[in-house]
Design a protein around this ligand. Structure first.
Ligand code: NOJ
Length: 567
């Protein structure tokens, strides 16, 4: 059955990380006017929606995910007037704007937390406070053994509040207490305030953490911290999300995508099915493939495993998928899933094909359209990521590592800074990102990898993205078509078919073939029709032919991607 149509299903989303996109005033930090300057470029990609990471007022302990005022713009990014101008300029180019919504936690500098820690009437219960015990020296011990996502305990003793508060992320990001109806209605008012301003939706930060398990289980304060399985998808998640939707989004034609940690396809269905509270969810199952043993290990991921995750979501999700391979929290996609050296260009194109031909709304991250790579870090001092910094500090403190060099390989790969180096616009000083000193190192490969160079490269990565985005908007089958995985066990070739049961369309059956390897590969793909090349390299006549008509034989170059019309 073909899914019901919706604008956000047909959209391609482009994610802008404001701090690193474009600096208009030379302070080394990207800003809203900087984004406005580059909007023609963004529109030229053919994308429909911009997702903007948080631009709200924030002390920036976690790059804006620690909000101190939901209704103000972070000073370094500009003013609310700049933001209004940005919204108008986006709409003037027929694109839409989706903002980040961070309501699992605030900054500890938010007025609510300030009042809460002072125990002001009505505010104490805005956050999650526990007395906890004290140890033999009289120092507070955590009320339970929950671990923060950034390493260490999820509890912090607050002198002023005279007890401990929960922070599932940085200690400057106290978790809000969603059990309190007052906080919920304050949040809904704030959401409406932005929707009334005309935004087109929200990407909702760690939204399935808002309901904490009843009574916060004691755990064992002496054992290693335990994690996300303890506090994700809590008992009232669905209720809170339904309430939020009814009070806010349901009155608007808004798009919602929830970042959901620790979900599988069944749990996701509760959130995103046709009558569920959200339109879409980001899951992490494919992001876990190279870190099954946690953050500190880098494992080889295997293509059959990636296919199996993708195929499960593509075929079993009761709802609409998101398709992403990277974002501001993940390594660069070409460095993680492709080859950022010899086959950078070919593998970046292959990953573009992956992103734009699955069933679901594609989310592209700034810079991937020119094949930006992980950064060669010269020292730990160059890093900015609160998560990586915290983990290294804790590992040093606990003696798990003796010095940074022991952690270096993992940290340099995993650090979220890899995705956050400035956008590479041209080969001028600082890649054209800023006239000042950039807040984070510019990847030295900007002299070769930059937008200006990409604009002049015929058949380069950038033009490939543009053409494929165009093709996707022309072909309903790429948006709404059913997905069928072929060759599930093939070690290096990922092949799938998209079919649409719509008699009126010309192209209703498409085969996607990706050679995810640096080796030329011959493969026989089991499809029982003639195949005409739709997108990719020209073939010689003998290729893609089949006498028996139950398979086509292909000879694929390293990291080659092709689309065939089987209609
Ligand atoms: C997920 C965001 O994507 C990440 O950047 C942030 O650190 C955490 N949520 C906490 O807000």
């Amino acid at each position: 059955m073909t899914a019901a149509r919706a604008w956000w299903k047909e959209a391609v989303v482009y994610q802008i990380y404001p701090q690193s996109f474009n600096d208009s005033d030379g302070d080394g930090v990207g800003d809203l006017q900087g984004i406005i300057e580059r909007l023609d470029y963004v529109a030229s990609l053919g994308v429909d929606v911009i997702w903007l990471n948080p631009v709200y007022q924030s002390p920036q302990a976690d790059n804006g995910y620690d909000i101190s005022d939901y209704r103000a713009i972070h000073e370094a990014y500009g003013t609310l007037d700049d933001w209004e101008e940005l919204l108008d300029e986006i709409h003037a180019r027929d694109m839409r704007l989706v903002m980040d919504l961070v309501v699992n936690h605030t900054s500890d500098e938010h007025e609510w937390f300030q009042r809460s820690r002072r125990g002001e009437d009505g505010y104490r219960d805005y956050y999650i406070w526990r007395e906890g015990e004290t140890d033999e020296y009289g120092d507070p011990t955590p009320p339970n053994n929950w671990g923060s996502f950034f390493g260490g305990s999820a509890w912090e003793y607050d002198e002023k509040g005279e007890s401990q508060y929960l922070h599932l992320f940085h200690e400057k990001q106290p978790d809000l207490n969603w059990e309190n109806p007052e906080i919920r209605s304050d949040i809904y008012e704030m959401i409406d305030w932005w929707l009334e301003k005309g935004i087109d939706g929200f990407r909702m930060d760690v939204i399935n953490l808002i309901s904490k398990p009843e009574g916060l289980p004691d755990g064992d304060p002496d054992s290693d911290p335990v994690g996300v399985e303890q506090f994700a998808n809590g008992p009232r998640t669905q209720e809170f999300l339904n309430e939020m939707a009814a009070e806010t989004f349901d009155d608007y034609d808004a798009m919602t995508v929830g970042e959901c940690v620790a979900i599988d396809v069944d749990i996701a269905g509760d959130y995103v099915s046709a009558d569920g509270p959200l339109d879409m969810a980001f899951h992490f199952q494919h992001m876990q493939l190279d870190q099954q043993d946690g953050w500190w290990s880098i494992e080889d991921w295997s293509l059959p495993d990636l296919k199996s995750v993708m195929a499960e979501w593509q075929t079993d999700l009761d709802g609409w998928n998101t398709v992403y391979l990277g974002n501001h929290d993940q390594p660069r996609i070409v460095s993680r899933f492709g080859d950022d050296e010899e086959y950078r260009e070919a593998s970046a194109k292959l990953l573009a094909t992956f992103l734009l031909t699955h069933q679901g709304t594609p989310f592209l991250f700034q810079g991937d359209e020119i094949g930006m790579t992980n950064c060669p870090w010269a020292s730990f001092e160059e890093m900015r990521d609160a998560d990586a910094k915290n983990r290294v500090a804790l590992a040093l403190e606990s003696g798990d590592i003796e010095d940074y060099d022991e952690a270096r390989e993992v940290v340099e790969f995993r650090s979220r800074d890899n995705a956050r180096t400035p956008m590479q616009w041209d080969d001028s000083h600082n890649a054209g990102f800023t006239d000042g000193d950039p807040w984070i190192k510019v990847n030295p490969n900007y002299e070769d990898i930059n937008v200006a160079a990409a604009e002049t490269a015929e058949d380069g990565i950038l033009s490939y993205y543009r053409e494929l985005i165009d093709l996707r908007s022309d072909l309903d089958v790429l948006v709404y078509g059913e997905y069928e995985l072929l060759l599930p066990d093939h070690e290096t070739v990922y092949a799938y078919r998209r079919t649409l049961d719509e008699p009126s369309v010309d192209v209703d059956d498409v085969l996607v073939v990706l050679n995810v390897s640096p080796t030329e590969t011959g493969v026989s793909v089991p499809v029982d029709t003639d195949a005409a090349l739709l997108f990719g390299n020209e073939l010689d006549a003998s290729d893609a032919s089949s006498e028996s008509h139950d398979s086509i034989d292909l000879d694929l170059q390293p990291y080659e991607a092709r689309l065939y019309d089987l209609s």
